[in-house]
Design a protein around this ligand. Structure first.
Ligand code: UN1
Length: 497
């Protein structure tokens, strides 16, 4: 299957069948490709080429740049099934979600095409006669993108669709766990570039399949003014200071530890469905996955019982075959999940689920039943993000306390409340409410649309990607003051005669 899909997506065998680095599928651990990893010197050369490409591309009018992204969106529409299947095969999320990820790419392309005619700045009243002020937005330079295994294609597209219409070239270092998805995206973009014609330079977009050192070289290079990185907080702690040292900019989208406050007035049917999708879906491997349920004490027993019933019925299996939950990415993720569950038990938590599944059928595939862990309080274990389907359940009696618990973790990505009480709902999204970048009412914490800005506070890193006015991050802001008078008055009324 892999060969047919790769062929249709335009990736040649030599790109994914030659090399020492073995790529496996989490569905059963089998090999799906071999690639060559590049060293730091190769990255150096790529950055030089990206600089050249930037010089040419930044001269193309923005709406024309939008046309390239429109063509790329068309490629994605045409190849949605194949790319969705490849996402599923390489990272293990179920096909519905693989397709959803490709749809996010299509959506951001649409948004970026429109944006290509709206890269506008302000005009500002000047304090001086015969003067005007304005803001101009200029292309920034080669953009470095680092992405994670769990969303191997969409975050790249959020960044690159906007970065391209803003006039930038791209350097993409994907996760070493999902290089084939990167090769496929690059192949589709190259097709769009070919259709677009000569105005688009060679090397407008490049993929770096490299190791840690290659990544460091990208992060450290002052020719790359912006690094946009998605991944763990640990990775962000390495990347952020390195970029800051050279006064580069970064967009960081790191860990999440997302909660739901479930109030007594909530529609429980809706809430249970939302919990299932956001806590068990994607095998708990979204940065937006629900990890903490803060439920009102009066409905705790009923909710936990309903959840256990629903969890017991979750169909777990080959993500390509219509199951609801696929495998974890690898054995290490499984070990981390098990050690969190063991610690929870030792600390007096009550653990439901979490066992390995289908080990006979897939000795090298790490399927687990999603776990529910009832805990007494929010301790360090709960505050830590374990990238696996573990839902910690805690109860509250006072809404204020629930809010405090929502915020009392180091991460600040996503959050939600289920309530029909307008006071609770509005408080949750007020400045006194959730401290996260995303705060939802009667919707789970995951599955955001691309129209909004995506990202979070605290250890999540503070960056924003995708919609709203995020395009500005990929441009250089310039303030212009223009004097069309015959005098030279100074600002602040200063006399210097
Ligand atoms: C991620 O897990 O890194 O909101 C991104 C969501 C998706 C994006 C998740 N639109 O769950």
């Amino acid at each position: 299957m892999i060969d047919t899909v790769m062929q249709r997506l335009g990736v040649t065998e030599s790109q994914y069948r030659q090399g020492d680095f073995i790529v496996t599928t989490p569905t059963d651990g089998s090999e799906i490709g071999r690639i060559k990893l590049e060293g730091a010197d190769a990255v150096d050369a790529r950055i030089a080429r990206a600089e050249q490409a930037f010089k040419q591309w930044s001269q193309v009018p923005a709406p024309r740049r939008g046309e390239l992204v429109r063509l790329f969106g068309e490629q994605l529409r045409r190849h949605k099934q194949d790319l969705g299947a490849l996402v599923t095969l390489e990272c293990g999320k179920i096909l519905q979600e693989g397709l959803g990820e490709v749809q996010e790419m299509i959506d951001i392309c649409d948004l970026a095409v429109g944006q290509s005619r709206q890269l506008f700045g302000l005009t500002i009243a000047s304090e001086r006669p015969g003067h005007h002020m304005r803001e101009s937005w200029h292309p920034l330079g080669p953009i470095g993108l680092i992405t994670a295994f769990n969303f191997p294609v969409a975050p790249w597209a959020w960044n690159s669709a906007l970065a391209l219409v803003c006039g930038n070239s791209l350097l993409w270092k994907p996760s070493e766990k999902t290089p084939l998805c990167a090769l496929a995206c690059q192949a589709l973009l190259e097709r769009a570039i070919e259709e677009f014609g000569d105005e688009a330079p060679q090397d407008l977009s490049q993929v770096i399949l490299g190791d840690h050192e290659a990544g460091e070289r990208l992060v450290d290079d002052p020719r790359v003014p912006l690094i946009s990185a998605t991944g763990s907080t640990r990775m962000g702690r390495e990347v952020a200071p390195r970029v800051a040292t050279r006064f580069g900019r970064s967009i960081l989208e790191l860990g999440g530890n997302n909660a739901m406050i479930l109030a007594p007035s909530a529609d429980l049917d809706m809430a249970v469905r939302a919990i299932l999708f956001s806590a068990a879906g994607t095998a708990g491997q979204r940065c937006t996955s629900l990890r903490r349920l803060i439920v009102h004490e009066s409905i705790r027993d009923e909710v936990v019982e309903r959840l256990k019933k629903a969890y017991a019925n979750i169909r777990i299996g080959d993500p390509m075959e219509g199951y609801l939950v696929g495998p974890l990415i690898d054995g290490q993720a499984y070990e981390q999940m098990q050690s969190a569950l063991e610690r929870a038990s030792k600390q007096g938590g009550s653990v439901f689920g979490g066992e390995r599944q289908l080990a006979d059928a897939y000795p090298n595939g790490y399927y687990v039943s999603p776990a529910i862990v009832e805990v007494k309080e929010q301790d360090d274990l709960v505050r830590h993000e374990t990238f696996a389907p573990i839902l910690y359940v805690m109860s509250y009696s006072d809404f204020e306390d629930a809010l405090a618990m929502n915020n009392d973790v180091p991460q600040g990505l996503s959050s939600c409340v289920f309530t029909t009480d307008v006071r609770e709902a509005e408080t949750f999204v007020s400045d006194q409410g959730s401290d996260c970048g995303i705060a939802n009412i009667n919707i789970g914490p995951s599955g955001a649309e691309i129209g909004g800005a995506f990202g979070g506070e605290k250890e999540t890193g503070g960056g924003r990607e995708s919609g709203s006015d995020v395009w500005k991050s990929y441009m250089r802001r310039q303030t212009n003051t223009v004097n069309y008078s015959r005098e030279l008055p100074l600002a602040q009324g200063i006399k210097f005669d």
